[in-house]
Design a protein around this ligand. Structure first.
Ligand SMILES: Nc1ncnc2c1ncn2[C@@H]1O[C@H](COP(=O)(O)OP(=O)(O)O)[C@@H](O)[C@H]1O
Ligand SMILES: CC(=O)N[C@@H](CCC(=O)OP(=O)(O)O)C(=O)O
Length: 296
């Protein structure tokens, strides 16, 4: 902190004034913010995140937070002597793992975020996909990426059947900030564990959000040499998946991002949640961050 040169009052005023055209442009617009489990490990950054969300709301933008919690689920499973196992970026979810997922996401992570937003002066409401019938799901049929004739059984991992955004809209209208855990429900009232990137992308599409921002623990999508790719289109994404450059947790993220971009979400970005106040910087300044996913 002490190495950062002080900003003069004039520079501070200029920075604030720069935000004006963005505030005007985005007033009344919805922004879906995916807050990844890997981006929420530092308490100071978590407080910055909550302040940014509150500030966005106060200037008339409608933030909707969808949170993850992969590392937090992993810690809880370890305490029970279980090891997490992923196939193509999805956690293989048996009945016991499902219980842990619900307890960690809805009980712990979501409530921490809700609390931080309250501390920052905002009004947040935590929801799972069950609340208001928000996320209807069924068991995901996972086709092998390399060999489409092969299928993987990933247990209670959900594929989204439908999103009913009524509860989100009602909360927004009453000036609340929705904080959503990626848990869906099925026809028999069973629970499904859904990747948070997939939920954020689908919700952004259904709400016709202006932006979808996915906060993670990496500067964006990187090429084979580890260099940041500032922009990506579908063809390039296909190549990067085929040659193994994009793998693991980046697979559902990029698939969701591309889906949202192609379904009318104006701008979709994968950004580094470790940059303090990255939300304000990305939304209210001219600076570009991370990787922007383009529809074509
Ligand atoms: N080409 C790539 N560029 C950047 N990250 C990648 C790439 N391929 C795989 N990854 C992995 O994807 C991870 C991000 O996904 P994930 O761990 O699910 O994050 P989050 O919890 O934020 O959703 C990165 O930390 C990195 O390990
Ligand atoms: C099916 C599946 O993989 N679900 C995820 C849900 C949480 C999540 O997506 O968290 P991050 O955004 O932090 O990765 C999981 O169990 O880890």
């Amino acid at each position: 902190m002490s190495n950062v040169p002080p900003i003069s009052p004039r520079d501070k005023a200029e920075i604030l004034a720069q935000a004006l055209p963005y505030i005007r442009k985005f007033h009344g617009k919805t922004m879906v913010i995916k807050y990844g489990g890997n981006a929420m490990t530092d308490p100071e950054l978590q407080a910055d995140f909550a302040e940014d969300v509150v500030l966005l709301k106060l200037v008339g933008i409608n933030p909707v937070v969808v949170h993850g919690g992969g590392p937090q689920i992993e810690t809880a499973l370890k305490r029970l002597g279980k090891t997490g196992h992923f196939i193509q970026g999805m956690r293989v979810t048996d009945a016991e793992t499902m219980e842990v997922v619900e307890w960690v996401l809805a009980g712990e992570v979501q409530q921490d975020i809700v609390g931080l937003i309250h501390q920052a002066g905002g009004k947040a409401v935590g929801l799972t996909g069950r609340d208001g019938g928000l996320i209807r799901a069924r068991k995901l049929k996972m086709v092998d990426q390399a060999d489409p004739s092969k299928e993987h059984d990933v247990g209670q991992v959900g594929d989204i059947v439908a999103i009913d955004p009524a509860v989100v809209k009602a909360l927004q209208d009453d000036q609340f900030i929705p904080v959503i855990s990626p848990i869906g429900f099925g026809d028999q009232n069973e629970s499904y564990n859904i990747n948070a990137d997939v939920v954020a992308a689908k919700l952004a599409t259904v709400l016709q959000a202006e932006k979808l921002l996915m906060l993670t623990n990496i500067p964006g999508v990187l090429d084979k040499q580890g260099e940041l790719l500032p922009e990506l289109t579908m063809d390039r994404i296909d190549e990067l998946i085929a040659d193994g450059t994009i793998s693991g947790g980046m697979l559902p993220k990029i698939a969701g991002a591309l889906d949202a971009a192609r379904s009318g979400v104006n701008s979709v970005h994968i950004v580094d949640g470790r940059v303090p106040h990255v939300l304000l910087l990305e939304i209210l300044t001219e600076q570009a961050f991370g990787t922007m996913i383009r529809s074509a």
